[in-house]
Structures are given as structure tokens and as C-alpha cells.
Design a protein around this ligand. Sequence first.
Ligand SMILES: Nc1ncnc2c1ncn2[C@@H]1O[C@H](COP(=O)(O)OP(=O)(O)OP(=O)(O)O)[C@@H](O)[C@H]1O
Ligand SMILES: [Mg+2]
Length: 321
Amino acid sequence: MTTDPGRRQYPLLTTRELAAKCGTATTELERRFKPDELLRLNGATNGITPQGVRRFLEGEGVSYRFRVIAHTTMRGGIGKTTSTISTAVRAAQYGFKTCVLDLDPQGSSSMALGAVPAEDDPIFYDIWKQPEELLADALVELGPFLSILPSALENALLDASLLNPGSQKKAVKGVCQQLRIQGFDTVILDCPPSLGIAVISAICAADTVVVPVGSDAFSLKGLDLTLGEIHSICDTFGLPHPAARILYTRYDQREKVSRNALVSIRERYPALPLTVIRTSSEFSKVLAAGETIFSRHAKSGARDDYDRYVSELMGICLEAK
Ligand SMILES: Nc1ncnc2c1ncn2[C@@H]1O[C@H](COP(=O)(O)OP(=O)(O)OP(=O)(O)O)[C@@H](O)[C@H]1O
Ligand SMILES: [Mg+2]
């Protein structure tokens, strides 16, 4: 397994960030942590261990119940992977024991998180039939609260091996259930840009399906088709419908096409929660450095947007308390 977690950094939530979320002064908030939950970062900034954040947020009523979140749309290049890895790193910083399940044969999440499997390392395609025996050894630990089941091209063969509808219904769900048994509370699925069998199986396993969308007509069409498919897949398999959310990525307030697309999505799906992520050159910079937007403490609008998205998704609503 080619991993280089030393190069990639998963730094901590800072006391300043959490204090701002709670509407308290940083010094006051720091008094609520045990000394071994705080770590001095650069300058005068203190970070909080994920265990410490979890203890604190549990005390504030945040639930760490098990959940499976899928990022999927038929449209390619619209932010599924960026959203998967950003969400996973931020969730881990908030104390969720998180596993990324990379189902995309392109393996973009695996690459971005520094976990490209070697030729004979097991991937989802190899382990879905016996997750009890094979999953633990296939996981790559990136940090105490963050792991990944990496992907490789062989996952493209899933469409041929998951022919039986019973297998389609259970394959991803079975692996997620095993992750739960192994102590994870959050599974984040990165899907290929298709509605192939692996994506059908992901939808069957998900509590929440997030559909990223942009301003182009094809991605709006992808949104319609994906939301329609979620309903028909769940009806076909007799499953409850997962919660659906829309994530408008690469939003540019200056562009009329962006503003118009946002209005039209809101009009078309008024009942669905929608989060907007501003466009930012930070994403290409962090990707080139082998990091995510939450590997750095540098402030950016898009980083704030993903933080808000993760807070909504994971039910971290401190201001309302
Ligand atoms: N908010 C954003 N602002 C600017 N660039 C972004 C933003 N979100 C994603 N990108 C960039 O868009 C490109 C495509 O993103 P990403 O790989 O996440 O899409 P994807 O939907 O996973 O693609 P694929 O369908 O190929 O799997 C990447 O270069 C990424 O850095
Ligand atoms: Mg991708």
C-alpha cells in the first residue's frame, strides 16, 4: 500500500474555530477542556484532539449516531471527490470516527488522501462478499479518526459482478455495517460519475444522498436524473428513501449563469436542503500539495462553506442552543 500520511496533514479543530461556533471567547472555551485534549499549534493557536471535540460536542447534545453519506451525480467533475474528502477530514476533526469508502474506479479520493492501493491490495471489489473477514485488513488508517477503503480500476468490474439484485442491495450496505461493527460512526461514499451498479448499491446503503451540482445544463440534468433514480431504486428494492441534499459547488456570485442556476434549483426543489460552496483556487492548491482544504488553517470562503455544510450534515448546531 502506497501511503504517505507523513506528507499529508490532518490538523485539529482549533479552539478559536470552536469558540466562534459557540459564540464564546476562546479563553473561556479552553477552560472546558482537559489539558491533554488541547495541543499547541503554530503561534498562539490551540488545537483540540478529536476525542476532546467529541466529548465537548456530546455534552452539547450532538449525536454521533451511525450514518452513511453518499456523494453522487451522473455529471463528472462537479465536486463529488472534493466534497467527500473535505467532509471526511472535517468530520474527523469534529470527532466523528470516519471512513471514506471510495467506489470510483478512478480512485480520486484515494489519490487525494495518499492511499493509492498497490497491485494486490484488496479493494471493495475483492472484499464485498466477505467484509467480516477481509475489510479490516483492506482499510488504510490516515489518522486516529480517519480511514479509507481505497479504490482502483478493478472496481469498474463491479457492474459485472453485482448482477444479482440481492447483491446490489446488500453489497455496500454489508461493508458499511461491518464498518459500524469496527467502531466507525460515519461512512462517506465517493461514487463514480454514473448510475451504474456500484452507485445503485451505494444509494441502497445511504441514509443521506448528496447531489453536487454546478451551473451548466448537463449538471442540472444530472441532478434531475439522480434524484429521480434515488426514488425508483429505493421503490424497486422496497427501501426507505434516503434524505437528499443538493450541494451547489463552484458557485460564483459574479457570474450571472451561477446566480440564475441557483434560483432555478431553488425553484425546482424548494423542499430539499441546499448548501452553496463558493468557487476557490484553494482547491487546486491543496490538491497539488496532497492536502484538503481542512489540512490548513488559512481562511477562505469555500472553507467556511464546507464547514457550514459539514455542520448541517452532521447536526452540529451550537449557535441555536
Ligand atoms: N468549490 C470549488 N471551487 C473551485 N474548484 C473546485 C471546487 N470544487 C471542486 N473543484 C475542482 O473541480 C475539479 C473536479 O472536482 P472533483 O474531482 O471533486 O469532481 P468529481 O465530481 O469527483 O469528478 P469525477 O466525476 O471525475 O469523479 C477538481 O479540480 C477540483 O479541485
Ligand atoms: Mg471524483
